[in-house]
Design a protein around this ligand. Structure first.
Ligand SMILES: Cc1ncc(COP(=O)(O)O)c(C=O)c1O
Length: 384
């Protein structure tokens, strides 16, 4: 039996093959929209919008190997990956049941756009299997969840949801952007389709917009067909950069796991913070599930400054390492304020009810030296 490779080896080599002499160690960039095709051939033409450029194919194989999926595909953005994977499994007249704890862009896609395709969407609080069951309709065809969630880093146990999906014959689609295949692999827990914003950890260098879907050959084939006609292929340069980024995925995520846990423990001792949200802390509501289900607690952390919005603003202005920017999963520490970004459409009261009071800051912890990040937090807190 073939030995199962570790995650770093899979991320660097995919399925390693003997190399011919004089071959480049790093795959070349095929920055070409089209390729010469054999005259008289009936095979599908090689054309970059079709997703069959070698740079596009290389990263798809890498991700499939990491997620333990039959197949995978990269597309032009995380939003593109979510849209196409749902269009691949849903038909006009179908109902989609979605967790309400999802990225705001996806919420908008479901609530404002899916109706025009005849797809009805309802949102439920994802914690209890009973809630899902109660919300099922005769025409429900799929369930969508994001785990860990933004910005409270809640960790969902997929197994009860997956078992409901099996009994009811529904597809389970999971946005696993925050977890990465290093910390959690949804297919091992009963999901059918895994989705990533590859813009985040998979690329890891904050220089590419991309998305990815992994699952069975048949669902990925369906996504591929949609990608071709909806014009969602990833650019070869972006694919090449992602291939480079993915080679260090395991070491980046392991380091981000360690630094973030250390920083979260430090933050929880600072009197200026009212609450610290990180699944590695015993105070986090999903700590036990996260320990049981995940390989690491991840690089996301949220803090609540007791002084509210004004204190948050002063703290942000005093930080020198963390860049005030949306997005996450890169080598640089980033911070954002959900009050003004993902949750701007809610009233302050509704935000507070959702667990995001004013003064709440979300951090994506990067690869800087942990002591430097802590020293920067300390000096910024001292200025409040
Ligand atoms: C969890 C999650 N899913 C999907 C997306 C959308 O990804 P993209 O910006 O690559 O389209 C984002 C962020 O933008 C995200 O945080």
């Amino acid at each position: 039996m073939k030995r199962r490779l570790g995650f770093s080896t899979r991320a660097i080599h995919g399925d390693p093959e003997a190399r011919p002499d004089w071959a480049p160690v790093v795959a070349p960039l095929y920055q070409s929209s089209t390729f010469t095709n054999p005259i008289g051939s009936t095979a599908e033409v090689l054309y970059t919008r079709y997703g069959n450029n070698p740079n596009q194919i290389a990263i798809a194989k890498r991700l499939a190997a990491l997620e333990g999926a039959e197949a995978a595909i990269f597309v032009a953005s995380g939003m593109g990956a979510i849209a196409l994977s749902h269009l691949a499994v849903l038909r006009p007249g179908d109902h989609l049941l979605s967790s309400e704890w999802i990225y705001g862009g996806v919420q908008r896609l479901f609530a404002q756009e899916f109706g025009r395709f005849g797809i009805d969407v309802s949102f439920v609080s994802p914690l209890e299997a009973r809630t899902w069951k109660r919300a099922l309709k005769k025409n429900t065809r799929a369930i969508f969840v994001e785990t860990p969630t933004n910005p409270l880093v809640r960790v969902l146990d997929l197994e009860p949801i997956a078992s409901l999906c099996k009994t009811e014959g529904l597809a389970l689609l999971v946005d696993s952007t925050f977890a990465t295949p290093i910390n959690f692999r949804p297919l091992e827990h009963g999901a059918d389709v895994v989705i990533h914003s590859a813009t985040k950890y998979l690329n890891g260098h904050t220089d590419v917009i991309a998305g990815a879907v992994a699952g069975t050959e048949s669902v990925i084939e369906e996504v591929r067909k949609l990608m071709q006609v909806w014009g969602q292929a990833i650019d070869p340069m972006a694919a090449w950069l992602i291939e480079r980024g993915m080679k260090t995925l395991a070491v980046r995520v392991e380091r981000q796991n360690a630094t973030t846990l250390h920083l979260a423990q430090w933050c929880s001792k600072q009197p200026q913070f009212g609450a610290v949200h990180h699944p590695g802390l015993p105070t986090h509501p999903d700590h036990e599930d996260a320990r049981r289900l995940m390989g690491g607690f991840g690089g996301m952390l949220a803090v609540e400054l007791k002084g509210g919005a004004r204190a948050a603003e002063r703290f942000l202005r005093a930080l020198t390492i963390a860049a005030h920017a949306p997005s996450l999963g890169g080598v640089e520490t980033l911070v954002s304020e959900p009050r003004l970004t993902s949750h701007a459409m809610l009233t302050p009261e509704a935000r507070a009810r959702a667990g995001i009071p004013d003064g709440f800051l979300r951090f994506s912890i990067g690869l800087e030296d942990p002591d430097d990040i802590i020293a920067d937090f300390a000096q910024a807190l001292a200025q409040l």
